[in-house]
Design a protein around this ligand. Sequence first.
Ligand code: PRP
Length: 201
Amino acid sequence: MITVALTKGRLFKDFLKYMSENDLADYSTALEDETRSLYTIVNNVKFIFAKGPDVPTYVESGVADLGIVGSDIITENPFNILNVSQLPFGDCHFSVAALPGQESFGVIATKYTNIAKEHFKNKKQDISLIHLNGSVELAPLLGLSDGIVDIVQTGSTLKDNGLVEYEKIMDIHARLIANKRTFYTKEDEIYGFLTEIGVIE
Ligand code: PRP
């Protein structure tokens, strides 16, 4: 059996949609029914449900053989994993956002301090960073920061909070990651699964 680490957030919905659109109903139906479980087994594949930032930790340790994770997470923090391929879903991007009319960005709030730091360093812009764990849109609304660096997908979270995008930083995609050892020791099972779900031919 192989173990695949998934996250229950936005990427999970995109993965289910991808599976149902690609005639993989055994997987999508079984996974859809498991929204409250910690793991489930479908066709001899064990799927574990973790928080996004923890998916690479499970894969790096070998507790999971494969993982599906946003490139945001593995760009923000390096892990000792195989970054196998880009997946055809989960597209969004990082942006700098703020209230309309903001003239300068001295203080930025974000969950992604490494990505934000690198971006402003490349632009030779001196900024202070405030690390938050979520709901970062609150920071400029309350005056904690001048702007935010955050993920934008549909743009509706920004719009609902009266914020606008100032600058796109980078694209984000879903990535398939693998454990560096078991990718080879369980090669047949892993390739079987990846072929079945249409990730490799
Ligand atoms: C991200 C991001 C925004 C939202 C943007 O949060 O932080 O809040 O999605 O999406 P939209 O452009 O489609 O509105 P995420 O769902 O990843 O979870 P989080 O709130 O834990 O950061």
